[in-house]
Design a binder for this molecule. Structure first.
Ligand code: GLC
Length: 436
């Protein structure tokens, strides 16, 4: 829908609502992120499946995690001294966007303001922002341009909690402070939604210390949808929004959901955090999300100069090579029922079942309790056919090489006669037992 179509549609909706016409969604409901419009707005996001999260701010200068200000109780005046020291190289975001594309990610979500309160964007509402401090330029603008140059959808992370603003904590107990702080917050969000063209995701974070009423979250979302009619928003401003955001774990919901996860244990750059996930773990996590039609938002924490930690580059590059060969098996997936295996996980697209083998069993791989008839099977990476034999209790894939042909996970695409269904209870009950 173009902006003009949208305006016409809004006008028609308003007129229809006024005339009391049934069956038309009044535009006020739409402006608040109406559910009936959700499918349209979220289509690209469901198809994207895999995104890049970016945590970048003054904390990157210290390299001791994005919570360093609070967890080391650094006084505000001392912390502010980081602002002139934050001097990233120009257009660092181009490398992130290229890396994201190569990794098979389709969208990016960058911190425009984290809990520390520093704005990576240009604002009229505070001097504590990138163009007026060390960077000397609008880092959000660079990010948006870089993302678009690589064909990425663009998301903005925005922390409601603010450790820097004088009203950021006292707004909970002082009504005048709350009003000022809410005006400031809505004002910053308005700038973000106005000054950077079309934005695809608004990713709120930590609503401490107010509730939805205190933040005036309904009004906040209504403003956002008015300025960005195609946008999707998450659920962290204490409203449901369009999707749920399990953090650091994978948990399916009965609505749209996105797991966000670090690659080591820190969101912001942490110099000595060496607890990196292997490419295999990342791929398996992506598969787990895809099994239940969820998204996976995987974080990088660039250094203060904007460069991406070497380990993150290594991991994403390896994941990207796998995605080149196997991306279809996680991107366009439907909810998948089969899940039982000791060495594989599964995704599904229509009647195609993908068996993702992460611990190679050798020459034969088996799915127990496979109730749907298999028509054919092929190695996804090479397209080579895979021989198989099926009876009532299992399907066996035969003559596989001794070593896994793909890395870090080998995927077999299995064409079935109907929607693949696994029943291991059937095996437990019906498999013939010895006569004793
Ligand atoms: C938590 C953390 C925050 C991080 C976020 C990402 O809310 O407080 O530092 O940005 O998770 O989901």
């Amino acid at each position: 829908m173009t902006r003009r179509d949208y305006l016409q549609w809004m006008a028609a909706g308003a007129a229809a609502a006024e005339a009391g016409m049934p069956g038309l969604v009044p535009f006020t409901a739409y402006a608040a992120g109406d559910a009936s419009d959700r499918e349209r707005r979220m289509k690209w996001w469901h198809e994207a499946r895999f995104g890049m999260f970016i945590h970048w701010g003054l904390y990157s200068v210290l390299g001791r995690h994005e919570w360093v200000m609070e967890n080391e109780a650094i006084p505000v005046r001392d912390y502010e001294q980081l602002a002139p020291r934050f001097r990233p190289k120009p257009n660092a975001a181009r490398d992130w966007a290229r890396l994201a594309r190569q990794a098979g990610q389709k969208y990016m979500v960058m911190t425009t303001k984290h809990h520390e309160g520093f704005c990576n964007f240009n604002t009229k509402l505070t001097d504590y922002c990138a163009p007026k401090q060390g960077p000397g330029r609008d880092l959000v603008k660079e990010y948006v341009e870089a993302a678009h140059a690589e064909g990425m959808r663009v998301g903005f992370y925005y922390s409601l909690m603010d450790w820097h603003h004088p009203d950021g904590a006292r707004c909970a107990t002082d009504e005048a402070a709350r009003r000022r702080f809410v005006a400031y917050t809505h004002g910053l969000i308005r700038e973000l939604m106005t000054n950077y063209g079309k934005i695809d995701v608004l990713w709120y974070d930590v609503a401490w210390p107010l509730d939805a009423q205190g933040w005036e979250s309904e009004k906040m979302n209504a403003m956002v949808f008015k300025l960005q009619p195609d946008i999707i928003v998450n659920n962290r401003n204490k409203l449901d929004g369009d999707f749920t955001t399990p953090e650091q774990h994978i948990q399916a919901a009965n609505r749209a959901w996105e797991t966000c996860m670090t690659m080591n244990d820190s969101w912001g750059y942490q110099r000595t955090d060496d607890d990196w996930k292997s490419p295999k773990t990342v791929v398996r996590n992506l598969i787990s999300c895809a099994h239940d039609t969820g998204n996976y938002l995987l974080n990088i924490g660039p250094k203060a100069d904007g460069s991406v930690p070497e380990d993150s580059v290594r991991i994403l590059t390896s994941v990207g090579k796998w995605m080149e060969r196997n991306g279809d098996s996680v991107r366009r997936t439907d909810k998948c029922q089969p899940r039982r295996s000791n060495y594989a996980s599964f995704t599904r697209n229509g009647n195609t079942l993908y068996m993702h083998i992460h611990f190679w069993p050798g020459e034969t791989a088996v799915i127990g309790g496979m109730m749907t008839k298999v028509k054919s099977a092929r190695m996804l990476a090479t397209g080579n056919p895979v021989k198989f034999a099926q009876d009532r209790f299992r399907v066996r894939f035969l003559g596989l090489p001794a070593q896994p042909p793909d890395d870090p996970v080998t995927t077999i695409a299995i064409e079935c006669e109907g929607e693949p269904h696994q029943d291991t209870d059937f095996v437990r009950k019906e498999r013939p037992r010895h006569n004793v």
